[in-house]
Design a protein around this ligand. Sequence first.
Ligand code: HEM
Length: 482
Amino acid sequence: MAGPACLGRQDASGFPGGQPEVWYVGIRKSRVEYLLVLVFALKQCGHANGNSCNSGSLARVGPNDLVTSDPEVMRRMLAVRSPYRRSEWYIGVRFDPVQDNIASIRDEDRHNELRAIMAAGYAGKENENLEGTIDKNIEGLIRLIRNKYKSTDLETKPLDFGRKVQYFTLDVISDLAYREPFGYLEMDRDLHGYIEEVEKVFASALMVTIYPWLNWVLRLSILKAALPSEKDPLGLGKILGITKNVVGKRFGPDKKVQRDMLGSFIAHGLNQKEAESETILQIMAGSDTTATAIRSTFLYLLMHPRVVSKLRAEISSTPISSPISDAEARKMPYLQAVIKEGLRIFPPVVGLMSKEVPPGGDVINGQFVPGGTKIGYGAYGIFRNKDMFGEDADAFRPERWLEDTPDKIKAMESVLELIFSYGKYQCLGKNIAMMELNKVFVELLRNFDFNIVNPLRPIRSICHGIFFQSEMWLTAFEREKS
Ligand code: HEM
């Protein structure tokens, strides 16, 4: 393994570049405790069928848990016809302990059906003006920075870029989902206390991914009061309430029919309860992930003025619209290289997402792995692999995507694909996320010059499998449009 898998939390305050402090199963461990956990894990390995715990790309991290840094093993597990299944890890991905969603469901047939039902909505085929919706919210982000946080030579007005970007992704996804943007950018605050609460919810969800039996504890009626409820005035419960209300209007005798993602899901057969669950999932899956990709890539950009200069040169030498169109962005090679490098160096989703070896077992790199073993995703090992990405794989260098032979670049791209998973589990929101990324850096950089307020601690970044990032304080200075 070329790097640590995110088993629990990492406090990446030393980000980027620093070695993250590792948390195990959601409980913070001191370095001594962590060593004990490692010794225990290694001891367990020694007991396993007398075999070593390390078989090339496989590392054993728990009695029944492996992690892989091998893209081929990942593809084999995720392929459309693969006999591997989602493991119990996915029970922790339920937002309601008794209701599955597409990202948590372990019944393969139903999962396939749900993908077929929702594919058109996610692809934007039945969504009026998908690109225009993203443009409108990009304009909202630029307007917020310009009207409220523009610094000058006489006065600086720092903005927490970490939060503003999340307001942007939350507004985009709610606007696409049911044509009612939450309005975070306009109000410029965590309107429902949602962002703060989701961070806590994910910390607990991570515990359930490791100890699935906790799901049964959460089902106990005595604990129900502690779970988010649509009657809550704030937090995730408030978003549940808003979503239930919107979904409710789409069912019943006076139902409202609309050409948005929710409309598409319903037209293809989701019932009311499923539509509620999938819409909440869509908001959670589509906001933090894309916000992390934007924040991390932008931070790497700001720390690499050489790259910003080259990107700006490409922006000013290319005839582009305002905001830039998705089609125009796709034709800008350096921009595309920056986006790929940003995703590679800081993968936005690093949870184990373990899959289960089929009952007969499997042979991986010559090693027999018994049926029922869980194999997780070792994101850092995959994307920082020096054989694949070069000796400087730990560095942010977009040129690596432009300078190699076409075959080598193709091979790197096929590894990078795993950022959005692959095959039967591939992210359904990939094209939406990529459209946001294609636009946002160009629009930020053509409008403003940014500075990092505290270069010694540029961001607060907490990992619960996905990242929660804030306190990315920047100053923004107006620049002449290119
Ligand atoms: C850079 C941004 C994003 C990244 C890196 C990302 C990554 C992923 C990954 C790795 C998975 C697979 C999980 C698994 O194997 O179980 C996934 C699934 C999913 N993502 Fe994304 N995602 C992003 C943005 C989005 C957006 C914007 C949306 C919604 C509009 C979205 C909706 C989904 C859904 C619905 C699934 C479940 C697919 C299934 O189970 O079949 N994602 N995503």
